[in-house]
Design a protein around this ligand. Structure first.
Ligand SMILES: [Zn+2]
Length: 436
């Protein structure tokens, strides 16, 4: 069973609002919220920072089993704790693929043993990610891992009949299907957003229509075969329009957006640096603006990092040969705060919604994304909004260093993360794993 601990959090503003107060957590549950409390156990000094519900990331790659040279459940959990996360969903494209209960259970138990973050395994939709035969959703959903999301992320389930069958199967189990939208025939050999810059640099282009055609098709499948579905890493203005249409029709289609698609553009290609290669690719300025508006309006539901660690030999090579993917866990809150809070576009309640409450709701988590209130589980993040820091890949807790934000300055930093009353990260230093 999960461990639960006690802690007193001093001097924080709940959701960045009102007077500073103290939060006493006993045995993993918020017991008392009131100023000037005392406690003879662990005390965390919030220094007037912001208290948020622990962040939830529904899209990460922790690479274990199979690529422990780039990330492990232990190092990924440490990176998650440093980034303010108390729950993450790790994608199925491991080696072997997470297409059976035994693999999902091993990942779940290991995450619980390490104890720095709740690590939920995502089952694959098709066996071996081959796009041919569905996996046993039911067996994985009923396993110890209680798999609640299925995705072939990295690959698109492009066969429409197979996707229809997956939607029908998922419906009976009330699990979420998450689609990586990319028609593979339109992106063969593509390495960068199809546009002026890729054309000038001689890079093969990944057109927006490859994403949008699958979003449109899946919205219609979802409408006709009636189950909820989720769009991974929306990246284009057209996808936003399709999501808006689907939501107006009452189609239960949700979507996420990554911090990098909200902040960075294909102008980054000019450097030819493989760190900027990601799938879907960095788009144009107008796409980032449409994605920001969509998140503000709720057309896009939440932020997910798509944290994708790679070794340096996979990134420091010719752009065409670099593996797609970027780190995200330890920088996402700073980026979202910069774009939305520091600019005045939104408040901390919005951050709590898109980085914790909404993803927890989509995945039906009972202990995460909950209100900060007495009697609620103590999964919490303390944030300082006045702490200038510079990103350095080498200093991150992740085993990999492929951050596209190297050398960038941010003003928001996670001060501490608390999982069921246990401090899992403090001032950028992750707690010891219970086991490793
Ligand atoms: Zn993907």
């Amino acid at each position: 069973m999960a461990h639960a601990e006690s802690v007193l959090i001093k001097n924080v503003h709940l959701y960045g609002e009102g007077e500073a107060t103290d939060v006493l957590v006993r045995d993993g549950v918020i017991e008392t919220i009131a100023a000037d409390q005392e406690f003879d156990g662990v005390v965390v000094e919030g220094e007037g920072g912001v208290l948020l519900p622990g962040l939830v990331d529904m899209h990460v790659h922790l690479r274990e089993p199979g690529r422990e040279d780039t990330e492990t459940i232990a190092t990924g959990s440490a990176a998650a704790a440093n980034g303010g996360f108390t729950a993450v969903f790790t994608m199925a494209n491991t080696q072997p693929v997470m297409d059976q209960p035994v693999i999902a259970e091993a990942v779940w138990h290991k995450g619980q043993d390490i104890g720095l973050c709740d690590v939920y395994p995502v089952g694959s939709i098709t066996k071996g990610l081959e796009g041919k035969e569905l996996t046993e959703f039911g067996m994985m959903a009923r396993s110890d891992a209680k798999v609640r999301m299925f995705s072939d992320d990295g690959k698109c389930v492009d066969n429409p009949l197979l996707m229809r069958r997956a939607i029908e199967y998922a419906k009976g189990l009330d699990v979420l299907l998450a689609q990586h939208c990319e028609d593979p025939r339109l992106t063969e050999g593509a390495v960068a957003h199809e546009g002026e810059i890729a054309a000038r640099l001689g890079l093969r282009g990944w057109p927006r229509v490859a994403e949008e055609s699958i979003v449109a098709r899946d919205a219609l499948l979802c409408r006709d075969y009636g189950n909820r579905m989720h769009i991974c890493h929306a990246s284009t203005e057209g996808t936003v329009e399709l999501l808006r249409w689907a939501k107006d029709q009452g189609i239960p289609l949700s979507a996420e957006v990554t911090p990098h698609h909200l902040l960075l553009t294909d102008e980054r290609l000019e450097t030819y640096d493989g760190v900027n290669r990601v799938n879907p690719p960095l788009r144009e300025h107008k796409d980032t603006l449409a994605l920001r508006d969509a998140l503000l309006e709720g057309v896009i539901d939440c932020v997910a990092t798509d944290h994708a660690p790679h070794g340096s030999e996979e990134k420091c090579c010719e752009f065409e040969n670099a593996r797609p993917g970027m780190l995200g866990l330890e920088t996402s809150l700073a980026i979202i705060a910069q774009i939305f809070v520091e600019s005045g576009l939104a408040d901390w309640r919005f951050v709590a919604k898109v980085m914790s409450e909404r993803p927890a709701e989509l995945l039906k988590l009972k202990d995460h994304g909950r209100p900060i209130a007495e009697g609620e589980p103590a999964n919490l993040t303390i944030v300082s909004s006045k702490e200038n820091w510079k990103v350095a890949g080498e200093k991150l807790a992740s085993k990999a260093a492929n951050t596209p934000y190297e050398g960038m300055d941010f003003d928001t930093k996670v001060k501490a993360t608390i999982l069921r009353g246990r401090v899992t990260s403090s001032n950028g230093v992750p707690a010891q794993a219970r086991t490793s």
